[in-house]
Design a protein around this ligand. Structure first.
Ligand SMILES: Nc1ncnc2c1ncn2[C@@H]1O[C@H](COP(=O)(O)OP(=O)(O)O)[C@@H](O)[C@H]1O
Ligand SMILES: [Mg+2]
Length: 361
């Protein structure tokens, strides 16, 4: 009699397309049952792309072909395809399933750090991730991803993103002359964003994250008008004075009809590397009433931690360097919650932001 374990052992060799880990390591294999001469297998994958399912079906059939006399019934569950249109028009990048805008009311709160670590956490969960550094005024993503100074490859009119830590990365700032972006005016920002969206060869992605410039300006508007942004993440710090900026950010999402996934409270307490003791520096938990007012949640609280800053400076983010530490686990949780929101938005065809009565503070 054929054992379930034998089938599972074979499936541990099935590498998930585009990654180095197997479907079993990612936890995509949900169930195997063997009944008489029928093997039923259930796998749940994070990609709605047809070609991924096709490749997996072929690979699994090959791996199990030695079981000549058994019939194989493979069920593949996957996310619903995304919305095809935004309130502003059609998705010009139909091979990308989800678009996430990461915003903050002001600079220096850790928006880029958060975006990078969420992107890596998503990739570690088996999602095919792209990261666009749209912060033309302060493009930090290349350094944080360890690709500073590397030039992307141009193929005629199109540009190939650089792959780092399993993520396709492109930085608008790194494509323009150093310092030139400082004098960019609104219309130029809009044009750069629109052009960049058309010219970058992303291929097929489960999610594309945008690290936006701080504030609520032209770049955010250009993006929301060009693409059906699936969801927005707001990064803030717990000081009371940061609250006003955060409100502006949340109002912006509401006005642009972008469903809000939630708030990341960064620099929330300090964990002393020597003692592991936690200190409250900026005041923790101030963000919760804001999350409530906008019918959303705190996606996670990330402490001030030297390893986070070092990771940003060295190009080896904490989620890469220490994937099992407490802070990396928090980034994993943030990534999972964000992913759940994306699924919900795609299933429900958008979230009704109109119910929100913004700026009640
Ligand atoms: N939780 C944190 N702990 C320690 N340093 C952090 C943390 N978050 C961000 N930083 C550091 O603070 C600085 C500003 O962060 P950054 O992500 O560039 O902010 P923003 O993109 O909002 O301007 C960087 O040097 C970064 O490494
Ligand atoms: Mg930044």
């Amino acid at each position: 009699m054929l054992q379930k374990e034998m089938v599972e052992e074979k499936l541990t060799k099935v590498i998930y397309p585009g990654f180095t880990k197997s479907i079993v390591e990612f936890g995509f294999l949900k169930e195997i049952t063997v009944r008489e001469n029928l093997i039923s297998i259930l796998i749940d994958i994070p990609s709605a792309a047809e070609e991924i399912e096709k490749q997996l079906r072929e690979e699994i059939a090959t791996r199990l072909s030695f079981l000549g006399e058994y019939r194989i019934d493979l069920t593949v569950t996957k996310p619903k395809p995304p919305r095809e249109t935004s309130s502003h028009g059609k998705n010009v990048l139909p091979n990308i399933q989800n678009f996430v805008m990461v915003s903050s009311g002001k600079g220096g709160v850790g928006k880029s750090t958060t975006t990078v670590n969420i992107a890596i956490a998503l990739a570690q969960q088996g999602k095919r991730v792209g990261l666009l550094d749209a912060d033309i005024y302060g493009p930090n993503i290349p350094r944080m991803m360890g690709i500073e100074g590397q030039q992307p490859v141009f193929l005629g009119k199109t540009i190939k993103p650089i792959i780092s830590h399993g993520i396709k990365v492109m930085s608008i700032g790194s494509l323009v002359e150093r310092g030139a972006s400082l004098i960019w005016k609104g219309a130029m920002v809009t044009q750069a964003i629109e052009q960049m969206l058309e010219d970058i060869e992303w291929g097929s992605l489960d999610v594309l994250l945008f690290d936006m410039p701080p504030g609520t300006g032209d770049a955010q508007l250009a993006l929301a008008q060009s693409l059906p942004v699936t969801s927005g993440v707001c990064v803030t710090t717990p000081q009371k004075v940061a609250l006003d900026d955060t409100i502006r950010s949340m109002d912006m999402f509401t006005q642009l009809h972008i469903p809000i996934a939630g708030i990341v409270e960064n620099m929330s307490g300090f964990i002393c590397p020597e003692t592991g003791k936690e200190y409250d520096i900026f005041g923790k938990g101030t963000t919760q009433p804001l999350a409530d007012a906008y019918h959303t949640e705190i996606l996670g609280e990330i402490p001030i931690e030297p390893a986070i800053r070092e990771g940003g400076d060295s190009g080896l983010p904490i989620t890469v360097l220490a994937p099992n530490c407490e802070t990396s686990k928090r980034y994993q949780e943030i990534a999972s919650k964000l992913w759940n929101t994306l699924q919900k938005v795609n299933e429900e065809g958008g979230v009704n932001n109109e119910a929100i009565q913004p700026t009640i503070f």
